[in-house]
Design a protein around this ligand. Structure first.
Ligand code: UD1
Length: 442
């Protein structure tokens, strides 16, 4: 199948990436029914580059149709891979024909997670030329731990900040012990990718433990890698000479699931969020219970029942299994609607409160001091024009619009499309009054 078809699959749902679109929401409707969670963005953006480390056809199932995947498809096609689709959620990546270790296109620059191409291309070709990563801007997002880890494995690295490019080259990759100063998700995965094809054993200490690290390790092991300990803070990788292609189903998206759970709590109603891993949601379910929601858990679903009358709660973001920073802006909306004063402390990113000004336009009462926000609940939010300042901030604007009085119009939808598959379809199914409007066509 040709890449033409692959492009079409995304274009059906992702026109907003190219044109000026806004989400129009008429709020104050209860949410009821079921919503099914897509494959995890942060897993798929690591597993796609992992798939190019072996020749042959890998098959990725439960693929989310999000803009970051589209950017990866364009990137891989550009370096000689063939990407095709057997159905809307299954992508075949034939990595046999990859003959280029330069990944510096605009698509690479759009994504933060394109940094995984450094580890993957270095492992396969011992060379990589990769554009500096883009993605959401919430303060300084260094990659020093990725680079020092790859260097410890034997890479020589040149950073060209004028052209925004990093070049890596190694004669041999040799396993070693690496202690991460900060338990970085990206550095853990990048080092893991390169170490699978290094000589000898690599030990990553103070490794991050997020679910997508385990998912990436599981995929690598299906490709013939020897990765042990993913999900704990010590990962041991015994290098192998060669990997082979594999078939793999991506885990459900913890953050997408959490976003719908918070939306149900805030709007009130009875929503069953299906195809999730309840264990991944523990840090959120405990907070929703504290806020007064009823939570019913099954093997692969969580039902959130809320009357919309919420208690104030305090939240601190932490690395997994703590409360995820990627649900912090959505949680702020819940706190805005709760009765009383809540606090929200951001421990992961230095500047992740940029969306607060947008929430203030809707009538939210939020005071930010450094990494701490104090939020005074208000009886009602009033719809107006706001913008998504980044991906999860965009999700927060959607939740705010869903509970606000009147109409909320959200700009910069392209940020939301980076991580949420068909958000307006899924919300409409739950009873929301939401539509995507092409402003160019108006
Ligand atoms: C990943 C997620 C992102 C999430 C974040 C934290 C992906 C594609 N993105 O981002 O959605 O918000 O985890 O859960 O999975 N740090 C350094 N040096 C480095 C790398 C990171 O100091 O080389 C610091 C960062 O500034 C930050 C902390 O480590 O304070 C965590 O960052 P990290 O876990 O690396 O986040 P990402 O992998 O970029």
């Amino acid at each position: 199948m040709s890449t033409q078809r692959s492009t079409n699959i995304f274009d059906i749902y992702l026109k907003g990436v190219c044109v000026l679109e806004r989400l129009y929401i008429r709020g104050q409707r209860r949410l009821n029914g079921e919503v099914s969670i897509s494959g995890a963005k942060n897993a798929v953006v690591a597993i796609i580059p992992a798939a190019i480390m072996a020749e042959g056809v890998s098959v990725i199932e439960n693929l989310p149709r999000i803009a970051d995947v589209k950017s990866y498809v364009n990137t891989l096609t550009g370096i000689g891979a063939q990407c095709s689709f057997t159905d809307e959620q299954t992508m075949r990546i034939d990595a046999t024909g990859i003959n280029d270790y330069h990944a510096d296109s605009d698509d690479v620059r759009k994504m933060r997670a394109s940094y995984y191409l450094m580890g993957a291309l270095l492992a396969r070709f011992k060379k990589a030329v990769v554009a500096l990563p883009g993605g959401c801007n919430f303060g300084s997002r260094p990659i020093d731990l990725h680079l020092s880890g790859l260097k410890a494995l034997g890479a020589r690295i040149k950073e060209d900040h004028t052209n925004g490019i990093i070049s890596l080259e190694a004669d041999r990759l040799i396993g070693t012990s690496i202690f991460l100063d900060t338990a970085s998700v990206g550095a853990t995965i990048n080092i893991m990718l390169a170490a699978t094809l290094a000589e000898g054993t690599t030990i990553i200490e103070n490794a991050a433990k997020e679910p997508h690290i385990v998912d990436t390790a599981n995929f690598l092991n299906m490709m013939g890698a020897k990765v042990k300990g993913a999900g704990t803070d010590v990962i041991r990788i015994t290098g192998v000479e060669k990997l082979h292609s594999a078939q793999y189903m991506i885990i459900p998206d913890q953050i997408e699931a959490g976003t719908y759970m918070i939306a149900a709590a805030v709007c009130g109603g009875d929503v069953t969020v299906r195809n999730l891993i309840p264990k991944h949601m523990d840090s959120l379910t405990v907070k929703l219970k504290d806020a007064g929601c009823k939570i019913i858990e099954g093997d692969d679903y969580i039902r959130v029942v809320s009357d919309g009358n919420l208690k104030a709660i305090n939240v601190k973001t932490m690395a997994y299994p703590g409360f995820p920073t990627d649900l912090q802006p959505q949680m702020a909306v819940l706190q805005c609607k709760a009765n009383g004063t809540s606090t929200l402390i951001e421990n992961v990113w230095e500047n992740r409160f940029q969306y607060v000004n947008e929430l203030r336009k809707l009538g939210c009462d939020i005071t930010v001091d450094g990494r701490k926000a104090v939020i005074l609940g208000v009886p009602v939010l009033i719809g107006t024009d706001v913008v998504a300042t980044d991906l999860r901030a965009g999700a927060a604007m959607v939740i705010a619009g869903l509970c606000a009085m009147g109409e909320t119009r959200i700009g910069n939808v392209r940020f939301i499309d980076r991580g949420y598959e068909r958000i307006e379809y899924k919300l409409k199914n739950l009873g929301a009054d939401i539509e995507r409007v092409n402003e160019d066509a108006k």
